[in-house]
Design a protein around this ligand. Structure first.
Ligand code: PZK
Length: 321
């Protein structure tokens, strides 16, 4: 069953175009928390104290089980997706802790979201999507074909879809409102927004995070083509950049199976390939250009997709989910 989300519950109007967001995705009533915002796949809550006042310096970041493909929200949800991605993100924060501090405060969260929520430090978020690319595809490939460069960085000739770049390139974008697409930013625009010193640090850290991610993931059969990270700074102005949000998950990054990597054509997605293959197959009866909401995913596609998230977690961390 699909219903629009009542705007009075704090979800942006544009969410109404997500035809398959289900009744069960309405913001939860979490004791001690107030829902403040929902993105496509995550929800933000603010803790409230015993007097009902908002706690000013913390947020609860909840990862849902929602999955999007071809710009549509799928139904049903993917069981355990939020928990797998939350645990993966927490593991990466540890792997990256010598490069950059992070916003994590505690994993002691309400029972209703146990395992898929993190209490975090409320930061002043930078108004830039910090993206780095280690392999060429998507928007970066289009820019390379048109200009021979990405975000102003001149690249070698004859690169193709899926080529590994000599080193990660910083390709920042704007933060568009939910339901709209982010737009590329030039490095000069990032400097104008953040100042030259912060811009240089955001670029350096974003590329270092992706480089470290790939050093670790490549040994474990996964390539991380590109990633989006978010930084904030302490509202009191103390300290440097803090890594926020989720990090190096399949939702924030393109994960590719290393054994199938073959530059020259679009690479299969580690996590979404079963969904995309089924949606574009005759069995689904759906056309991505129809403008119609996609049909419900069959149980076998949901289960294969869940298994890919668990597999990515287990391969990367070496731990059992
Ligand atoms: C913050 N987002 C994105 C995430 C959504 C939207 N530590 C922080 N401090 C202040 N703000 C944020 C964070 C973090 N992380 C993150 N928006 C604001 C986002 C999850 C769900 F709806």
């Amino acid at each position: 069953m699909t219903l629009p989300i009542p705007p009075e519950r704090g979800v942006p109007d544009r969410l109404s175009r997500w035809q398959a967001v289900r009744v069960t995705d309405l913001p939860l009533h979490l004791p001690g928390y107030e829902h403040i915002y929902s993105g496509k796949v995550r929800d933000l809550y603010a803790p409230v104290d015993d007097d009902g006042a908002l706690v000013p310096d913390q947020l609860l970041l909840v990862a849902s089980n929602r999955l999007s493909a071809y710009d549509w929200m799928m139904s049903p949800e993917i069981p355990d997706k939020g928990a797998v991605l939350t645990r993966l993100s927490l593991w990466w924060f540890d792997q990256l802790s010598d490069l950059v501090p992070n916003h994590v405060v505690s994993t002691d969260v309400p029972a209703a979201v146990a395992g898929r929520a993190v209490l975090v430090r409320k930061l002043d978020m930078l108004k830039v999507e910090a993206i780095a690319r280690a392999y060429l595809t998507g928007g970066g490939l289009e820019e390379y074909r048109a200009a021979g460069s990405v975000s102003g960085v001149v690249l070698p000739e004859r690169l193709v879809d899926g080529s590994r770049l000599p080193e990660p390139v910083f390709t920042p974008t704007t933060k568009a409102p939910v339901g709209e697409h982010d737009l590329p930013m030039t490095y000069a625009e990032v400097e104008a927004e953040l100042g030259a010193d912060v811009a240089a640090e955001v670029s350096r850290l974003t590329r270092a995070i992706l480089a470290r991610g790939n050093e670790i993931a490549a040994e474990r059969g996964i390539l991380i083509a590109d990633t989006k990270v978010e930084f904030g700074v302490s509202p009191d102005g103390s300290g440097g950049l803090v890594l926020a949000d989720e990090v190096l998950t399949p939702d924030s990054s393109r994960f590719w199976p290393a054994d199938l990597w073959e530059p020259g054509h679009p690479q299969p997605s580690y996590d979404k390939q079963f969904v995309r293959d089924w949606l574009t197959s005759p069995e689904s009866g759906w056309s991505k250009t129809s403008g119609e909401a996609p049909p419900e995913l069959p149980a076998h596609v949901v289960e294969q997709t869940r298994a890919k998230y668990v597999e990515a977690y287990e391969r990367l961390t070496g731990e059992t989910f």
